[in-house]
Ligand binder design. Structure first.
Ligand code: SAM
Length: 248
């Protein structure tokens, strides 16, 4: 385990001007302290749980904190209190930074790996995130649970599967009018065509694509926004494993 002293010596950049310039939002001092606490908890748990390879402070700030919040930038200052699900949350990204930025939102962290959700249960209690819910489930099964299907304003999904598979996991969970946010690295027109086609089958449309460079390392990334226009047909998501074996 990393000692408290070692973790404390790794300070995240506060970067308030960069937050404000890039997202039109910046964390309060309390939120900065929570980001630091999140970082220290992830580093400590990483030894046994293998949560992330991104451990240096500037990398963690950019690739986990900033990247997580870049995806929800269109809503970050909304007055509405949204219901959000993070599908395949792993070590809690993008869902935990989102819950810290908007503690008034209800955020569900979903992952099929029980030990990751057990860690996140301790983490969210430590961070005082009372509006965060945890769910150990496959996305293919969660999409058919009455208390999950059609319930969310936003479904976030990063580094889980190909874009069409992500669409099949995410769209059933949304309310009509809700948006799925697919966090991607590189992005091609072939992928865009396949995604638009899959979205249509699932009751959605490709509503927008954000192309941006990350603020420190200047890497190109994409966020795809799928809007749910009508209820997803009952057959979707298909049974466990089928979305990846036979992508739409
Ligand atoms: N989203 C996090 C991030 O960007 O750092 C974690 C990404 S990790 C590479 C993928 C995660 O998705 C793993 O924790 C895995 O257990 C989860 N996962 C993959 N397929 C899933 C499914 N069908 N249902 C639920 N979770 C899934």
């Amino acid at each position: 385990m990393m000692s408290d002293l070692a973790a404390a010596s790794k300070r995240l950049p506060s970067a308030n001007e960069l937050w404000q310039e890039t997202l039109g939002w910046h964390p309060t001092q309390d939120q900065q302290a929570q980001f630091q606490r999140l970082y220290e908890q992830i580093l400590a748990a990483n030894q046994s749980l293998n949560l992330t390879r991104i451990t240096e402070p500037a990398d963690f700030w950019e690739k986990h904190l900033w990247d997580s919040l870049r995806g929800i930038q269109p809503w970050i200052n909304t007055e509405r209190s949204l219901r959000v699900i993070d599908i395949g949350t792993g070590g809690g990204f993008p869902g935990v930074p989102v819950a810290l930025a908007r503690p008034d939102w209800t955020v569900t962290l979903l992952d099929s790996t029980r030990k990751k959700i057990n860690f996140l249960r301790t983490l969210v209690a430590d961070l005082g995130l009372s509006q965060t819910e945890l769910l150990v489930e496959r996305a293919e099964q969660a999409g058919h649970l009455p208390q999950q299907r059609g319930c969310y304003d936003l479904a976030l999904i990063r580094a889980v599967a190909t874009a069409t598979v992500c669409a099949e996991y995410a769209l059933p969970l949304l309310k009509v009018g809700g948006t799925a946010v697919l966090y991607r690295g590189q992005w091609t027109t072939e992928e865009a065509t396949a995604l638009a086609n899959a979205a249509q089958i699932l009751g959605g449309t490709l509503d927008g694509t954000a192309v941006f460079t990350t603020p420190l390392s200047h890497a190109v990334r994409h966020c795809l926004y799928l809007k749910k226009q009508s209820p997803t047909p009952d057959a979707f998501p298909r049974p466990v494993g089928i979305p990846t074996q036979k992508p739409l």
